[in-house]
Design a protein around this ligand. Sequence first.
Ligand code: GLN
Length: 286
Amino acid sequence: MLQKAADEIDSDTPRLDAELLMAQATGWSCTSLRAWPERRLTDEQEETFERFLARRMAGEPIAHILGQQEFWSLTLKVNSATLIPRPDTECLVETALALALPVDAKVLDLGTGTGAIALALRSERPSWQVTATDVVPEATALARFNAEQLGLTVDVVHSHWFSELRPERFNLIVSNPPYIEADDQHLNEGDVRFEPRSALTAGADGLEDLRLIISQAPEWLAPGGWLLVEHGFDQAAAVQELFTAAGFDAVASHQDYGQQDRLTLGQQRAAKSNHYPLQLQEPTGC
Ligand code: GLN
């Protein structure tokens, strides 16, 4: 039954998809499915599996059918209100964790969606104070649900990027914003067809939201603080220019698991020690 299902699924990973759907339909683990492939399903399990299979064959993402997605070491609830967390975004988490930051760093995740980045960071650094924003109310609800479910403290704020935040200075700002060009053809293929456009596209060149985030971030960063963003595989040069224009130091790009430039980061200049030229005082003795 598994192999027949796998043959019908149009996906890069048809066998795995079939196993995941059968595991969900039966409550059995993938390991036990592989160990006892001849085990018979009850009529009810079979019906559920057939329904899942039909949805997958219509192109619906596995994560939406299962209602969850693994990210970092966390199982996150997902739904069609926001982006399904991608493995490549784990590179952003790794890069953030490698930065030298205060033990009690204040960290902001803009456009958190499921809460993936914010929750992964908080799970690794329990002493960080993590704030996460999203403009979509269903996404903030989802991020709060995931935080509660995982027992991780993240302050989730309903906000369009920085707009509703209380004035504060962060040591690290991270974001995986929408960055796909509005008329990109791959929006008509695969999982992205089932994800909200607002989480994927940002203007004709895909840089609209990155421009806003990068230009406003300096007002929200502490001296020496970092901004780290994910972007399209061909946007590193443009994004680096935006960082430099906004006055960032140490601007650099990093690759994702597919060796594509996918992340760019920069550091807020440390505060100048003295804005005024030092006045050499004449001795005022009599
Ligand atoms: N990396 C995702 C994709 O190409 C898009 C993520 C995003 O827009 N932030 O499907």
